[in-house]
Write a protein that binds this ligand. Structure first.
Ligand SMILES: C[S@@+](CC[C@H](N)C(=O)[O-])C[C@H]1O[C@@H](n2cnc3c(N)ncnc32)[C@H](O)[C@@H]1O
Length: 283
């Protein structure tokens, strides 16, 4: 029998009813101060089923028992629910558009207003996205950087992944969209992994913050919020997008992931710069 197919059948067959889902949510809130009510139920249930299967729990009651007893399983579940897949220059064509269209406009704005340019990566995972922006700035905007200082502020809800981001050591898989010249210029081998050079690391600061609170964050000129919104329910996507609109000035840039879009009345705050790459300008 095909093992992948058989795996899928098993995950799908692990039923997590609303009652059990509510119980798991309560355990996570109580023991880890982590709320999953903002995320899409279907997506969360599927990920919980993955953990149940790994632990060989045959039903939700057994899994709730395990969660009550095992700190390790609680941490693993939280990690599975906040998935951290990322890559340097994920969707390279989007970074091309940033380089050729959005960033030159922002530097013009910064020179006119004599302001420091502030960038944000929300749901930054291991820092790949924020550091990719740092590399573009160093590679293509060296003159502008001398005139206008920049700050790249990256945040995530997960403390462990933020530690990994600060450490900035990556496996080759995370760097597969990078040209060799860039790899050689900005990474050096560290055992089996590659470590990012200090001149890019020091451009980015990392912070533990909940994206649901984005409306209260410091204002900035560009928000990268890619492949994070999709895990949230539609009403919470609206809250997040309204919050982002709140912290961007007129002319500020928002970038979403390829399968994400503006929802509800948040559309009226933005005009589209590039529909394919999901780049928007605040009105
Ligand atoms: C799939 S990764 C996206 C990484 C990167 N933005 C990219 O596109 O490659 C999603 C990230 O969102 C983070 N995340 C999930 N819920 C969050 C929340 N409520 N607040 C902040 N970050 C959150 C996860 O921890 C994870 O690192």
């Amino acid at each position: 029998m095909n093992p992948t197919l058989s795996g899928h059948t098993l995950i799908d067959s692990l039923e997590i009813g609303d009652e059990a889902f509510g119980e798991i949510s309560r355990i996570l809130e109580t023991l880890r101060n982590f709320s999953i009510s903002v995320y899409k139920d279907k997506c969360m249930k599927r990920r919980i089923a993955i953990r149940m299967r790994s632990c060989r729990c045959l039903d939700a009651a057994a899994y709730c028992n395990l969660l009550q007893q095992s700190d390790q399983e609680l941490d693993l579940l939280k990690k599975t629910l906040t998935i951290h897949v990322s890559q340097f220059f994920r969707n390279p064509s989007m970074f091309d558009k940033l380089q050729t269209i959005a960033l030159p406009q922002l530097f013009q704005l910064a020179e006119a207003t004599r302001e420091e340019l502030r960038f944000r990566s929300l749901g930054c995972a291991g820092g790949e996205e924020a550091y990719s922006l740092g590399i573009i700035l160093k590679e293509h905007f060296a003159r502008e950087l001398q005139r206008s200082p920049v700050e790249i502020y990256a945040s995530d809800i997960d403390a462990d992944i933020l530690q990994a981001a600060v450490c900035a050591e990556y496996g080759e898989d995370r760097l597969k969209d990078l040209p060799d010249t860039i790899k050689e210029r900005y990474f050096f081998p560290n055992g089996p992994r590659l470590k990012l050079s200090a001149k890019i690391r020091e451009m980015v600061s990392f912070h533990q913050q909940n994206i649901m609170d984005v409306g209260t964050f410091q204002p900035c000129h560009m928000v990268l919020c890619r492949n994070t919104l999709i895990y949230f329910t539609r009403p919470d996507q609206e809250i997040i997008l309204r919050g982002i609109a709140n912290i961007l000035p007129s002319g500020g840039i928002l970038v979403l992931g390829k399968s994400e879009t503006l929802v509800g009345d948040t559309r009226r705050h933005f005009t589209t710069i590039c529909p394919v790459e999901r780049i928007y300008r605040k009105l």
